[in-house]
Design a protein around this ligand. Structure first.
Ligand code: SF4
Ligand code: SF4
Length: 95
């Protein structure tokens, strides 16, 4: 049985946290400072969370001043495109 974490378990990526629209133009990097595994990377227009490195601890969520970070199954409907964008950024296939 695969555990529900952001790591690769039995070849299946189960979950990660996703950074959505509000990060664009904000990019203040507060989340980067608290991530215990340094899996938040700066992209051109926003930051991204590496889906294979994120351990699902949730520490980054309350640090974001614009509430841009969500568990991948709780991303608001208007921002679900950011899930695919996140996987594409790291060239990791979406689950
Ligand atoms: S949930 Fe935890 S491990 Fe994942 S990006 Fe946020 S702080 Fe880092
Ligand atoms: S704290 Fe929020 S706005 Fe700042 S870089 Fe992280 S996700 Fe983007």
């Amino acid at each position: 049985m695969a555990r529900v974490t952001g790591s690769v378990t039995e070849g299946v990526i189960c979950m990660t946290y996703i950074i959505a629209q509000p990060c664009i133009s904000e990019k203040d990097a507060s989340c980067v400072d608290v991530c215990p595994v340094d899996c938040i990377y700066e992209g051109e227009d926003q930051f991204y969370i590496h889906p294979e490195e994120c351990i699902d601890c949730g520490a980054c969520v309350p640090e974001c001043p614009v509430e841009a970070i969500f568990p991948d199954d709780e991303v608001p409907d208007q921002w679900t495109e950011f899930i695919a964008k996140n996987y594409v950024y790291f060239d990791v296939p979406a689950p």
